[in-house]
Write a protein that binds this ligand. Sequence first.
Ligand code: NAP
Length: 272
Amino acid sequence: MDTPIVAVVTGSNRGIGRAICAALVQQFPGPLVLYAASRAGTSFDLTGLTIPPAVKIYPARLSLTDQASITALSTMVSREHKGCDILINNAGLYYFQENITAAQRQETLDVNYRGTLNVCQAFLPIMRKNGRIVNVSSQSGQLKYFDHRLQKRFLDPDLTLTELDALVNEYSTSTLRPHPAGPPLAYFTSKAALNSATRILARENPHLLINCCCPGWVGTSLGAQAGQPPKSIEEGARIPVRLATGDIGKISGRYWANDSVASTGDGKVQNF
Ligand SMILES: NC(=O)c1ccc[n+]([C@@H]2O[C@H](COP(=O)([O-])OP(=O)(O)OC[C@H]3O[C@@H](n4cnc5c(N)ncnc54)[C@H](OP(=O)(O)O)[C@@H]3O)[C@@H](O)[C@H]2O)c1
């Protein structure tokens, strides 16, 4: 029997994360071991899924604000399988309101940016050659929403993770918006930082394909805060699943999306 592909998906208990797991399970051409990670980590909802014999799913505990849980999962995957092929960082949160508290602002940055980066760093040493990391970001992180000076800093081709961290700290400790025109919400900054981190990690790890994407505007509790989302969770899973398993050539360190948040395609490279 072929060696199974080992995949980890965060935030798999609901929303787009669950749809990503369902798509992987149903579409994967060969043996697959899937760690369906969630904060509770106790079970994975198998409703409506037919699990092919070559697929094994294990629920796993991972909280983006609990480094011990992140380290424990990468240690376990390494011990059981000696490596990981696919990591999909899907978990995230959005306080969809203008005036969030300082604690909510910090949590947004800690979960969407720092926590996701911590997962990447815990798994990078065990990623197999040609492995793939997909960071589920958002069009809200696109730099068109940011002022010119910030665009330049986020896009600096030599930006390091230490400098990126300092940039995010500047934002999180400021009581002012960096610019009256944006970024208006901590969510925007968290996803812009995640996109820059993706670019840096791809530059530092040329043996892997590391990309980020916007799933579109999807009918989840997160997406429904902004109105009536046009896309189903299955449609929202398409770009992340493509970046994890589809033919993307050797493209790494890029941001992928459809031309609009309502489009249901498989995505293409777009501007950061
Ligand atoms: N829906 C959209 O329209 C849309 C648009 C653009 C980008 N996105 C991105 O897509 C991703 C998935 O969002 P969704 O729409 O599926 O949202 P969702 O239904 O609200 O699900 C969010 C998932 O993230 C998990 N999560 C939140 N905080 C966490 C933490 N500290 N540690 C571990 N897991 C945590 C949640 O776990 P719990 O159940 O334990 O809370 C849940 O599994 C997010 O990164 C989001 O930013 C979504």
